[in-house]
Design a protein around this ligand. Sequence first.
Ligand SMILES: Nc1nc2c(ncn2[C@@H]2O[C@H](COP(=O)(O)OP(=O)(O)OP(=O)(O)O)[C@@H](O)[C@H]2O)c(=O)[nH]1
Length: 313
Amino acid sequence: MKPSDAARAPLTVIGGFLGAGKTTYLNDLIREGIPEHSLIVINDFGDINIDAELIDYRDEQLIQLTNGCICCTLGGTLAEQLAKAMRLKEAPRAVFIETSGVADPARIADIARLSQRLTLKEVVCLVDGEQIEANRHDPLTGETWRAQIQAATRILVNRLSTTNDVDARLSELRQLNATAAIHDMGGPAGAAADQRSIESPAITARALYHDTASQSGWQSASLTMPGAVDIDRLRDLLLDYGDVLLRAKGFLYCRDRQQRQLLQFSGRRLNSQPAPARSGRCQLVCIGRAGGRFEELIATLSRLGQAEAAGVA
Ligand SMILES: Nc1nc2c(ncn2[C@@H]2O[C@H](COP(=O)(O)OP(=O)(O)OP(=O)(O)O)[C@@H](O)[C@H]2O)c(=O)[nH]1
């Protein structure tokens, strides 16, 4: 029997480019209150799901998907996992999917359109207001970035306050998507974002060192970082390679800080804060422009993490 529309679980797709603020927004939603027995699906671009460790979930069911772009490499897996979850005796009352920053949310929304147990509630797209110009005109990132905006039913723009011409930025977004609601999230939410304390669930850690994997102009790498790193040296290195490094995030020890740090690099900005206590990872994932320079960065980062472990840096 076909479930009526009222019996279908609403699906919210949360998309947006690398580092745009998807995880931060999802945590805000959870804090504000989502239905009990929700299902949260987290996809991340690397083969370590850092985002899953940053989600502040409680009794919700969590599915972690890794390895690249949810829409092309994981389409089948995602549909299967969702179908399985929706067949459970107590099926989820609502579903939230955080896509990877290089995914096309439209293809994920199609899964809901095909499912008899889901109904598409909205496709939210987070946009880093500071990066609109850079992303829009970039030959590698532009197409993905535009597709994410075009697929949205609601566009949430943050970090606009640091740009010169807010109206011009908003009208650029409007030109790309004539129908979506567009909201300027303003400063405070984001400004406080890095200061938020994050309670994380315990998730089984996998020890990983991976070679870089490249896919049509993109390249990603996952590194183990067992040693205590000099944060200033790391900052200089990441900023030096800001032309090829689009996003880095992970957990590591820093020399002058007692607690393991959560490191976030996006839009050529680096910040760190105490990492969630419950997992013990010391790993970093990076994504950027494929090529020798990206590989050079990964090799240098790898040496930094390893050498300092051995005390020879
Ligand atoms: N200033 C400011 N910073 C933000 C805002 N939202 C997120 N951030 C910061 O931006 C960085 C990336 O945020 P995330 O929420 O992890 O971004 P994401 O889109 O989930 O990142 P990926 O999943 O790696 O693509 C973190 O350092 C956040 O604290 C915001 O509204 N304002």
